[in-house]
Design a protein around this ligand. Structure first.
Ligand code: GLC
Length: 442
């Protein structure tokens, strides 16, 4: 499902970050980067999380996979260690995907992980590990359900055709869904979020989120449920074919998988390049969105080596540049250069080379102010800069700030982020007019 965001025009004025909640849910603005985990029976065939639907597997045949569910190498702390190593601040697990199989013990179905050779409640194991280290846990729950007889499977997108013996009844299904979400919100201690997916018939029922808010006041809720929730959830490459805003007006959490084809474990996965993922992550975070990066653990409970290696490499980048995202606001409007994104905190400005740099220099026109210090966050090395008139700026006859001799060839597979410290915060007027005394080349 691709969700089009409400956007501001590129010429919009100063930064106006998406409104904060003003309560305990504000943890979500401090932890900008999270780990998404798609895990379920589909990890056994290892093809795609929608194996049952996309390969037209008869329901009972698919459900038989539960008899083989035995992830003996599942160690929740290993997942969390990896997430922390990647600089991530929260985790979101698929407690029930479209196939209807639950990773938690439920009184309302027997299609769950305790009724398998494994015999354990996966959500409980993960929740306990999260609580031990105060790591926020969010729970994904699919509204579409290919197993429950009351879910009205009508053959629409992400739905089975009507199944013999089913008793489609939306009201009964919602009662089931609410009872399960109540279990999730009452049996595992503090929960930091509920992540709905696939409300195929776009049904509206605010009582569901209201129940979550009452039971779990720290929980942030996404917009794919029965009402608008707290934030939007664009997925994968939202930039394709759209006007890209300089910042998100509404709270946003993008999500993306490390693999091109699947969110669940796929044995033959075609993994994205680091470069692609880093551009995507930087492009969202610098626009004030959060980012959930997904992996699909294997049937034995371990995260595939290649996916783990990707997380580690991305983490090494994120740890180096995270100060450009945490506690900052988008500030891309300060420059006319649409090849970069800007964020800022007080008098510190961060320049993100989110797009493939075409040269060693970055022009920051119309900024004319000289920075006190310029550092490449990726390496800690100083960055050279100049405030002078480039030949291509002859029509303005003005001098503008330019970062020069950046190591764009040496560091071609990453996103460079430059930290510029000024004596004073740049405001729109200062950026436009500058101060002549700053024009000395330092
Ligand atoms: C899409 C996919 C679903 C996946 C989700 C994650 O909705 O259909 O399988 O869980 O994206 O955002």
């Amino acid at each position: 499902m691709s969700v089009v965001q409400s956007v501001t025009g590129a010429a919009a004025g100063g930064p106006c970050p998406a409104p904060r909640f003003g309560d305990g849910r504000d943890w979500w603005f401090r932890r900008r980067f999270g780990l998404f985990v798609h895990w379920g029976l589909y990890a056994i065939p290892g093809w795609h999380e929608q194996h049952q639907w996309r390969r037209r597997v008869p329901r009972e045949q698919y459900a038989a996979l539960a008899r083989a569910w035995n992830p003996v190498r599942f160690e929740p702390d290993a997942w969390l260690d990896l997430a922390e190593e990647a600089g991530m601040g929260y985790i979101c697990l698929t407690t029930k995907h479209h196939d209807g199989f639950c990773l938690f013990e439920s009184r309302h179905t027997d299609y769950h992980s305790v009724n398998t050779p494994y015999g354990r409640d996966v959500v409980r194991l993960l929740a306990e590990a999260c609580h031990r280290r105060d790591f926020p846990l969010c729970l994904y729950y699919s509204i579409a359900d290919w197993h429950h007889p009351n879910y009205p499977n009508q053959g629409r997108h992400h739905e089975l055709p009507p199944q013999p013996g089913d008793a489609p009844d939306l009201a009964k299904y919602i009662a089931y869904l609410k009872a399960q979400v109540r279990e999730l919100c009452t049996q595992y201690g503090v929960i930091h979020g509920v992540w709905w997916d696939m409300n195929v018939d776009r049904h509206v029922d605010p009582s569901v989120n209201a129940m979550i808010r009452e039971l779990q006041p720290l929980a942030v809720i996404n917009n794919r449920g029965y009402d608008e929730g707290d934030f939007g959830t664009p997925e994968r490459d939202y930039e394709k074919g759209q006007d890209v805003p300089l910042r998100f007006e509404r709270r946003t959490e993008a999500c993306q998988s490390v693999g091109l084809e699947s969110w669940g474990y796929r044995e033959q996965e075609d993994y994205y390049t680091d470069r692609h993922l880093l551009r995507s992550i930087d492009g969202y975070l610098a626009r004030d969105a959060n980012y959930l990066l997904n992996v699909g653990p294997m049937a034995d409970g371990t995260i595939p080596a290649e996916a783990a290696a990707i997380l580690r490499r991305i983490g090494a980048w994120y740890q180096g540049v995270s100060e450009a995202f945490e506690g900052t606001v988008p500030a891309s409007h300060l420059t006319a250069n649409r090849s970069v994104l800007l964020t800022r905190r007080g008098s510190t400005l961060y320049v993100h080379l989110t797009k493939d740099p075409v040269a060693q220099a970055v022009k920051l026109k119309p900024i004319r102010t000289a920075p006190r210090r310029a550092v490449l966050l990726n390496t800690g090395a100083p960055v050279e800069w100049t405030v002078d008139m480039a030949p291509s700026d002859h029509t303005e006859q003005g001098a503008f700030l330019r970062l020069v001799r950046l190591p764009v060839n040496e560091l071609a597979n990453t996103v460079l982020v430059v930290k510029l410290e000024f004596d004073q915060p740049l405001d729109d007027t200062a950026a436009a007019h500058g101060d002549e005394t700053d024009l000395r080349k330092r």
